[in-house]
Design a protein around this ligand. Sequence first.
Ligand SMILES: Cc1cc2nc3c(=O)[nH]c(=O)nc-3n(C[C@H](O)[C@H](O)[C@H](O)COP(=O)(O)O)c2cc1C
Length: 330
Amino acid sequence: MDLSTRYLGLQLSNPLLAGASPMVDDLDWVRRLEDAGVAAIVMHSLFEEQITREQLGTVLDMELHADSFAEALSYFPQPQEFRLGPETYLEQVRRIKAAVKVPVIASLNGTTPAGWLDYAKLIEQAGADALELNVYYLATHPWETGEAVERRTLESVRTVKHEVKIPVAVKLSPFYSSLAHLAKQMDDLGADGLVLFNRFYQPDIDVEALEVVPSLKLSDSSELLLRLRWLAILSGHVKGSLAVSGGVHTPLDAIKAVMAGADAVQLVSALLIHGAGHLKTLRDGIAAWMEEHEYVSLEQMHASMSHQNSPNPQALERANYMRILQGWKP
Ligand SMILES: Cc1cc2nc3c(=O)[nH]c(=O)nc-3n(C[C@H](O)[C@H](O)[C@H](O)COP(=O)(O)O)c2cc1C
């Protein structure tokens, strides 16, 4: 069974990647992932604030947050709380590259196009095969327009693409008013791939202690549905690759993502829950299902459920929305 795929111009033996997480801070984990057949490894993000704190002694964009700067400073983790500082991050890229043969994708997380993006070049020099730009940003300022947020994000992509020759993927959130338009603009800037989606952490409230409780819950397969929809919409409209991140736990989850248009399937929660060996379970499960359904290659089923086959995706989405609401039987 041919499970090979191309992602960000990299030829991969199968579509299963370890997504960005602290898993790869531990070289034992990295080797276990390779032994279990991972196709490529995404490192956790190096954060803009880590770099700017080191370079400039500042944390946030001063103009945006001038009034509340001192207070804002106190919210951020201290340097010792980050797993890897900027220098150790580069060192970890080198270590992982020396430890395994599979491609290594580093990750930068930030929201402003500024000097910190020089790190993209250093990451490339450290040997990363590609770079994922994770643009996690929650727009909370009532005076900040969606257009301004998008402009900054696009500018970051442009800057990184200018800095490096290695392929660049952008890990997006689903919360844009016109995601298809933004994705197209990223594609036009030369983004080599889009990762759908990063996952916003959602703090809870402890009503007794009157405290906000930060929580990071692992995903389940229900989170995949939002990704499937957007893969299906974007597939065929962007030149770059598409990867899914979020909610892939079973062989069928991965198959659905590929059918919707994913070239690569990133896994974090499933690997944290079941261990690296889960990669083999998934690969075997995908191959068995394909054999049973007479597919000979991943390519054959890739994007078979994408909206590119529909002449009017807008009408299709709206018609399905109305049908599902009208069809509900109490
Ligand atoms: C403990 C943990 C740490 C993570 N760290 C990062 C990170 O540094 N950068 C990033 O882009 N995503 C990070 N993520 C998000 C994952 O890469 C992934 O997008 C998300 O968990 C959804 O995928 P899943 O359903 O396979 O878990 C992290 C997730 C977890 C659970």
